[in-house]
Design a protein around this ligand. Structure first.
Ligand SMILES: [Zn+2]
Ligand SMILES: [Zn+2]
Length: 237
């Protein structure tokens, strides 16, 4: 898998280019103020971007959508429950004292069907709590885990560790290395967030690699065992 990560001031929000090493098809995830750097990575790696995928519509994750859409002219995808946030991008910017360009209309609302690029597939899991339309974008090789998800065959039998090998989770601001997303912004809800983390993300397997919207990578296993916010929630449940 081709993976390029960029983050710049003031938000140091991670933007990603994820591509197929064989076909060079790729997706751009959460283009923000680092849009120039992401577009440079697209050129340098020679990838052909098919979608702009958004984990959610907080301002730091969408300030670069207009620029990337202008440059690449590919569909922009978002969960429908974050449309109000997305449509108020300019107002969100004002809250932080930034002049923000209104992003282009959403082309695709996530549903249950996967999105494909090259040999890879993106499965979308709704993980509200940090905001209403937050999602986890699960990226892995196409067709992997088939039968595991639907019928419960294979994947369960081989154990969670083995089955999640090579699985990458782009979780937005739901879960961080050693921390969790804030829930004090409009539409945030602590209980809902903790259920998204423990009921949705944790079922994607301990070896799944987590790429948060800010800060370093981690794994589901590490967060399950050491994340103080998770441990506190689980001990009080
Ligand atoms: Zn956020
Ligand atoms: Zn963020």
């Amino acid at each position: 898998m081709i993976l390029e990560v960029r983050a710049v001031a003031p938000f140091y929000k991670n933007g990603f280019v994820v591509g197929c090493e064989r076909t060079h098809e790729a997706v751009v995830i959460d283009p923000g103020d680092e849009a120039d750097q992401l577009l440079a990575a697209v050129r340098d790696r020679g990838v052909d971007v098919t979608h702009i995928l958004l984990t959610h519509a907080h301002i730091d994750h969408i300030t670069g959508v207009a620029q990337v859409k202008d440059a690449l002219d590919v569909p922009v995808c978002l969960h429908r429950d974050d449309l109000p946030l997305y449509e108020h991008a300019v107002e969100q910017g004002k809250m932080f004292g930034f002049a923000v360009r209104q992003p282009p209309p959403i082309d695709v609302y996530y549903d249950l069907s996967p999105i494909y690029f090259g040999d890879y597939e993106v499965r979308v899991h709704h993980t509200p709590g940090h905001c209403p339309g937050g999602v986890c974008l699960e990226i892995g090789k196409r067709g992997r885990g088939e039968g595991g998800r639907g019928s419960g065959k294979g994947e369960r039998g081989s154990g969670e560790g083995g089955s999640s090998e090579g699985r990458h989770l782009f979780v937005g601001d739901t879960l961080f290395a050693g921390s969790i997303g804030r829930t004090d912004l409009p539409g945030g809800n602590y209980e809902v967030l903790m259920r998204s983390i423990t009921d949705v993300l944790f079922h994607l397997g301990d070896t799944s690699i987590v790429h948060p919207g800010h800060g370093p990578d981690t794994t589901i296993g590490r967060e399950r065992e050491t994340n103080p916010f998770v441990l506190e929630y689980l001990s009080s449940a």
